[in-house]
Design a binder for this molecule. Structure first.
Ligand SMILES: C[S@@+](CC[C@H](N)C(=O)[O-])C[C@H]1O[C@@H](n2cnc3c(N)ncnc32)[C@H](O)[C@@H]1O
Length: 358
């Protein structure tokens, strides 16, 4: 355990822990500039936001809804000889993967990560490195920061707050509400942020969301709560009802790395659950929505636009839709996972285009 912990911490420090400077733009058109980061440092007006990216700092990258399996399973008796040797083998493969990457050989690095997972199936450094190879560029928290800074929504609703790392990015001009049955706030939140310690279903059943926002509809929402399809679907339905046609809903974790980390039952530290099923469900039942999954690490950020607060298609067929897509196997993504999940380039100019007219 200590071995994995040391290795993991060193690894995520190297790969992820970096200071990212983003700027709060004055105009929506600055989404591209904000995401462009360092290159546009001199040309962007506005307040600088120092954002220390925490992605991967601990296994809470995808800390989901329950304690980390690695801690739970290895607590007590310690790591046995077989497990220690499998970890060391996995480390060797990771070293080889890093050497491949240094030589620009991404395919080789990928194969070494896969080999590491064969000997040690729950090995977060391999999963993280694979997600960075598959989804390069700014990570989800950088994109969320840029969207919040540039869109400057008057209202922001976040389902699944955890440490507060994402909701803290809402600027003072934004009224922000976070919903989480077990928040573990580690960031200092401003007076514009209110946290409701409850599950999202209960929140929507009991609260008048528009009333909480002083009569304003939700302009930007981020769904990152319970990582099961039916929960994400219900969250979307409840949010669309209190949004406006020009609002945006973001969904986290809808572009899974692989089958194992996309299962409903969590067996790996790196885990995104089965909320990916929401994308094919929306494509089938709500073709009127604009659904695009930005190819951002660790597991995508889906942007949903062209909302219809009056639509009852999903709520009327909720049970059938849940049954239909829970029955669908990961194989339904087939040979074209990017096409099935509407993968969209992680490119500032292209992302900006998604918000034309916003
Ligand atoms: C992955 S974390 C959120 C991370 C955070 N948005 C971020 O980017 O740092 C998921 C959170 O969802 C919360 N959660 C679980 N079930 C939920 C539910 N039914 N409604 C709202 N939040 C839920 C968990 O308590 C957990 O804190």
């Amino acid at each position: 355990m200590q071995h994995l912990g040391r290795r993991y911490v060193r690894y995520v420090n190297d790969v992820y822990r970096r200071t990212v400077t983003l700027w709060e733009g004055r105009f929506k058109s600055e989404i591209e500039q904000a995401l462009g980061g360092r290159q546009v440092r001199r040309s962007v007006e506005g307040r600088r936001i120092q954002l220390r990216s925490q992605l991967g700092k601990r296994a809470g990258v995808l800390d989901g809804n329950r304690p980390l399996s690695v801690r739970r399973s290895r607590r007590g008796s310690g790591v046995g000889i077989i497990q220690r040797s499998s970890l060391m083998n996995a480390d060797n493969h990771l070293d080889a993967a890093e050497r491949c990457l240094a030589l620009g050989d991404n395919d080789g690095a990928w194969r070494e990560c896969e080999a590491a997972l064969v000997v040690h199936p729950d090995y977060p450094p391999a999963h993280i490195l694979m997600s960075r190879i598959a989804l390069p560029g700014p990570d989800y928290i950088e994109i969320l920061a840029a969207l919040l800074a540039c869109l400057r929504p008057r209202t922001y609703l976040e389902i699944g707050v955890s440490s507060g790392k994402s909701i803290v990015l809402a600027g003072p001009q934004t009224l922000a509400i976070g919903v989480d049955p077990a928040p573990k706030i580690r960031f200092t939140l401003g007076p514009n942020v209110r946290i409701f310690q409850t599950a999202s279903d209960a929140f929507f059943a009991r609260q008048d969301v528009i009333g909480l926002f002083g009569g304003l509809r939700v302009e930007l929402a981020f769904i990152d709560g319970m990582h099961h399809f039916e929960f994400a679907l219900r969250d979307f339905v409840s949010i669309e009802r209190v949004a406006a046609p020009g609002s945006t809903v973001l969904l986290h974790d809808c572009y899974p790395l692989n089958r194992r980390t996309a299962e409903r039952e969590r067996s790996t530290v790196f885990w995104s659950g089965d909320c990916w099923r929401l994308i094919p469900a929306l494509k089938k039942y709500r073709p009127d929505l604009a659904v695009n999954t930005i190819a951002t690490a660790p597991t995508g950020l889906t942007v949903i636009r062209n909302l219809d607060p009056d639509s009852s298609v999903l709520s009327k067929c909720m049970e059938e839709i849940v049954a239909e897509f829970l029955a669908a196997d990961y194989d339904m993504l087939g040979a074209d996972k990017p096409g099935s999940l509407n993968l969209y380039p992680n490119d500032p100019a292209r992302i900006q285009a998604l918000f034309a007219g916003a």
